[in-house]
Write a protein that binds this ligand. Structure first.
Ligand SMILES: Cc1cc2nc3c(=O)[nH]c(=O)nc-3n(C[C@H](O)[C@H](O)[C@H](O)COP(=O)(O)OP(=O)(O)OC[C@H]3O[C@@H](n4cnc5c(N)ncnc54)[C@H](O)[C@@H]3O)c2cc1C
Length: 230
């Protein structure tokens, strides 16, 4: 085998071995709730729904499926560890937005677009609701998001233009607010800002990965199973 290929494989093995050191979210877990301690699957298993992959997509799907149909038996099959993919290594931002939403919604009439946006903004409230219901402590902080012009004046018209575009897409003033220089400084102590946009539809969870793991535990408690290395 060529040396470069061997080196790449060896790097990958080393990466997998050190996974628990490299992911901040994983290293933040206590032994009691560490997904590494989940059982591996060594025999056939018959279930109503088999979900492949214990990232956010798989874990949330199992959770809502179980809420909708408690009688279903659900298993989540994970090739590595719960949260091994991007779900275990992301920035921890919970956003009331979906990648590509503007393009997806642009053909709808304004009123329908606005209703769809309200549902999307609701992702944060819904997550808070589930955390409260299930007793999940993930340090969720609903603080919002600021996009500011503060380095050079040319940023200001660009930002104003982007706000105009947001309005055109159906975002209301309470969803994306314009802040003048003084209002920016009230929120952020920086020198000479020109202006900015604030949206309340973003929050930060310091222990976001912990959250995901908990969700998987919840699915387990109510009947689903997460099988690592399966
Ligand atoms: C650096 C970075 C920062 C990010 N920051 C943010 C952020 O701040 N906020 C935000 O909302 N999003 C963020 N994202 C995006 C977000 O993390 C992903 O959109 C999300 O985690 C995707 O979840 P997923 O469950 O679809 O995929 P994954 O998390 O990748 O999960 C897929 C799982 O499936 C498993 N799998 C794959 N194939 C098989 C198989 N054949 N059998 C069994 N299991 C299999 C994998 O091991 C993996 O665990 C970020 C992403 C990255 C990379």
């Amino acid at each position: 085998m060529p040396t470069r290929k061997l080196a790449a494989i060896s790097n990958q093995i080393e990466f997998c071995m050190h996974y628990h050191d490299t992911s901040f979210w994983v290293s933040d877990l206590t032994p009691d709730n560490n997904p590494a301690h989940r059982a591996e699957l060594h025999s056939d298993l018959e279930v109503d729904v088999a979900i492949i992959g214990a990232g956010y997509t798989g874990l949330w799907s199992a959770y809502y499926l179980k809420q909708a149909k408690p009688e279903l038996s659900i298993a989540i099959f994970e090739a590595q560890e719960v949260g091994f993919g991007a779900s275990g290594r992301n920035g921890g931002w919970l956003m009331g937005s979906i990648e590509g939403q503007d393009e997806l919604l642009e053909d709808l009439p304004l009123e329908q677009r606005r209703r769809a946006l309200q549902l999307i903004y609701g992702l944060i409230d819904e997550t808070q609701r589930v955390c409260l219901k299930e007793g999940i402590d993930c340090d969720l902080h609903h603080g919002g998001w600021l996009n500011i012009a503060a380095r050079y004046p040319e940023q200001l018209p660009r930002l104003q233009q982007s706000l105009k575009h947001l309005r055109h897409l159906g975002h209301r003033p309470e969803d994306y607010q314009w802040l003048d220089a003084a209002q920016v400084q009230e929120r952020l102590n920086i020198q000479n800002p020109y202006g900015g946009i604030f949206t309340p539809h973003t929050s930060k969870s310091i222990r976001w990965y912990f959250h995901a793991t908990y969700r998987s535990n919840t699915a387990c408690e109510i009947g689903g199973r997460s099988r690592k290395n399966s």
